[in-house]
Design a protein around this ligand. Structure first.
Ligand code: COA
Length: 174
């Protein structure tokens, strides 16, 4: 866990990274990771920035710090699970190369967007011919789109609404 403090020593932000032990359940179980790589998960568990310190780039810094740490620890699969309405959170994770791979009901009234990045693989690219834009309010309903092989790549801000940009990944060469 990284904590950020102001110059009087008061905590203003934190970001947590958890490292599931082999066989320990995590939201990464919702993804189809290769069986021999399931122990290589780093889970971006939670982050928070105090309201008066928001919009200074601290969350972006905490996402990047956790990805660098995951890579340095050999945990190639960075995973997080986010409430789909929290576009600030998932929008930032996507900006750091994670991609929305699944919409899952994890408890009766709890739906989560599962995002993932393989830090050891070349960055996948979207197939532009498959582009789909979905309004934020409809994002929780997109289970079928994910099941059809679409990923969530970007948050697009419009003057009065937010769009989620979906596309299929281009087949990797080689
Ligand atoms: C979601 C949350 C963590 C975002 O924190 P934040 O520190 O305000 O986020 P950042 O400052 O990194 O990014 C906000 C914007 O400020 C911009 N910004 C402003 N000044 C900046 C600077 N000096 N350097 C970099 N970015 C800057 C960023 O580009 C970013 O724009 P974007 O959203 O278009 O990418 C914060 O709102 C929060 O704590 N929310 C409640 C808890 C929560 O939802 N946590 C996440 C789920 S666990």
């Amino acid at each position: 866990m990284a904590g950020l403090f102001d110059d009087t020593g008061v905590l203003i932000a934190y970001g947590a990274l958890t490292l599931p032990r082999p066989g320990e359940p995590s939201r990464a179980d919702l993804l189809d990771l290769p069986a021999d790589q399931r122990s290589l998960v780093a889970y971006l568990a939670s982050a928070m920035v105090r309201a008066d310190w928001q919009q200074h780039g601290l969350h972006h810094a905490l996402v990047e710090w956790r990805l660098v740490l995951a890579g340095a620890l050999g945990r190639r699969h960075a995973v997080s699970a986010v409430w789909p309405g929290n576009h600030q959170s998932w929008g930032h994770l996507l900006a750091h190369g994670l991609r929305g791979k699944k919409m899952a009901r994890v408890e009766k009234d709890l739906i989560r967007l599962v995002v993932h990045r393989d830090l050891a693989a070349p960055p996948p690219l979207p197939d532009p011919l498959s582009l789909r834009l979905i309004p934020l309010a409809l994002l929780p309903d997109q289970t079928a789109l994910f099941d059809e092989g679409y990923w969530l790549w970007r948050r697009l801000r419009r003057p009065d609404h937010i769009l989620a940009e979906f596309a299929r990944p281009r087949p990797q060469e080689g």
